[in-house]
Design a protein around this ligand. Structure first.
Ligand code: SF4
Length: 383
């Protein structure tokens, strides 16, 4: 297609002109209908074969959508297959022990998602006879389901005319419209949700929504979008003005906070001490080695403090002995340096009333307990 015809197509966007418009408005119906038919044709040829796309069971769509939040497709695939095998139905998930659910989630991160999935499965059994509802209000009332997830499940599983908006479609829409503001602003969110709604076809809405996300993730990528392979390139304002790299606007840089933590591997007759992480905090419900945030202190002050902290927390007395390993990892906005020390059990005193649940486990038993990623690395060290 030559440059003139490109310009004709883009000019269907209201306000379109030679320089990027300062106000963005939604595309007209002729633009939308060309967009839909090109996207459909492209998706029919290029859709990836993903395990959750092979049927429209709302339970499986739901599991996949929750797993895909903040996690890449390639990382989700093996987890999805294992989770589906372990909990094949809503009833099976609701009846499962939370520890078992967390164990199947281990390594995927954002463990709150697993706990909310489990809680929602119980609600589905108690209030919807173990079936996933097709009523938007009932879906949005479930734990862990927001506007995007509800739209994705309802459109994909029930073909409901519900819009979706997530990272890939936000980027795609911003570029199609040359929206140059911050995508997370409330103005942008209003505009982009309105765009998502206006774009919906009358039929096969789920396929359309998936095609949008696929185009965003496979072609309209964050860096170096593949405009030469894009089925809607001639409809794209960012392409027209050469603004693909400038749109969407970059998020303000995250400020990272450096944190130092110390973990203890306390040994007692071939077993090690694990504590259960308390409600409301990081990794709630998972098991972990005693772990404390502290300044970079040196022995013997460090050892004295660690001994006191463990005693105050659990009533258990143990003597820290030697440094085992240093791990570096990131959790949300924190950059954590974790130093791990071995410690020798001395005695058990009376635990305080608010002590966390704890266990002495053999190295073999650690596999049965859901641990954080660094917890699992320390478990390997113990073995
Ligand atoms: S033309 Fe380029 S920037 Fe525009 S939608 Fe396609 S891939 Fe994205």
């Amino acid at each position: 297609m030559n440059r003139d015809s490109e310009d004709r197509e883009v000019s269907q966007l209201p306000g379109s002109q030679r320089k990027p418009p300062s106000h963005v408005s939604l595309p007209d119906s002729s633009w939308r209908s060309r967009f839909r038919s090109r996207l459909r044709r492209w998706y029919a040829k290029h859709a990836r074969d993903l395990p959750w796309r092979r049927n429209r069971d709302p339970y499986l769509v739901w599991i996949s959508e929750i797993m895909l939040q903040q996690t890449q497709v390639a990382a989700v695939e093996p987890y999805f297959l294992r989770f589906r095998a372990a909990f094949p139905t809503i009833k099976a998930l609701a009846a499962a022990d939370e520890q078992d659910v967390l164990r199947h989630w281990e390594g995927l991160g954002y463990y709150r998602r697993a706990r909310q999935l489990h809680a929602a499965a119980k609600v589905l059994v108690d209030e919807h006879r173990g079936r996933f509802p097709d009523d938007p209000e009932a879906v949005r009332a479930l734990p862990g389901i927001g506007r995007y997830t509800a739209g994705a499940i309802l459109s994909i599983a029930f073909d409901a005319r519900e819009p979706i908006l997530e990272a890939n479609t936000i980027r795609l829409f911003c570029r199609l419209l040359t929206y140059r503001g911050q995508p997370a602003s409330s103005e942008a969110q209003r505009l982009l949700w309105a765009m998502a709604e206006a774009m919906l076809p009358r039929r096969r809405v789920g396929t359309f929504n998936q095609a949008l996300m696929e185009l965003g993730s496979q072609v309209c990528t964050p860096k170096a979008p593949k405009c030469d392979q894009c089925p809607v390139a001639t409809l794209c304002e960012a392409k027209r003005f050469g603004l693909q790299d400038a749109v969407p606007a970059l998020k303000p840089k995250k400020k990272f906070e450096e944190v130092h933590e110390v973990a203890l591997i306390v040994r007692r007759r071939g077993r090690v001490l694990l504590l259960r992480r308390p409600e409301g905090g990081r990794w709630a419900g998972l098991w972990d080695f005693p772990r404390y945030e502290m300044d970079h202190e040196v022995e013997p002050v460090l050892f004295r403090r660690l001994r006191d902290m463990l005693r105050t927390q659990t009533g258990i007395d143990a003597v820290p002995e030697s440094h085992q390993k240093r791990l570096k990892h990131g959790v949300t906005r924190f950059r954590i340096t974790l130093d791990c020390y071995s410690a020798r059990f001395v005695a058990s005193g009376k635990p305080p009333a608010d002590a966390p649940e704890w266990k002495w486990v053999t190295p073999g038993q650690m596999a049965e307990h859901p641990l954080s990623t660094t917890g699992r690395k320390l478990a390997a060290l113990v073995r």
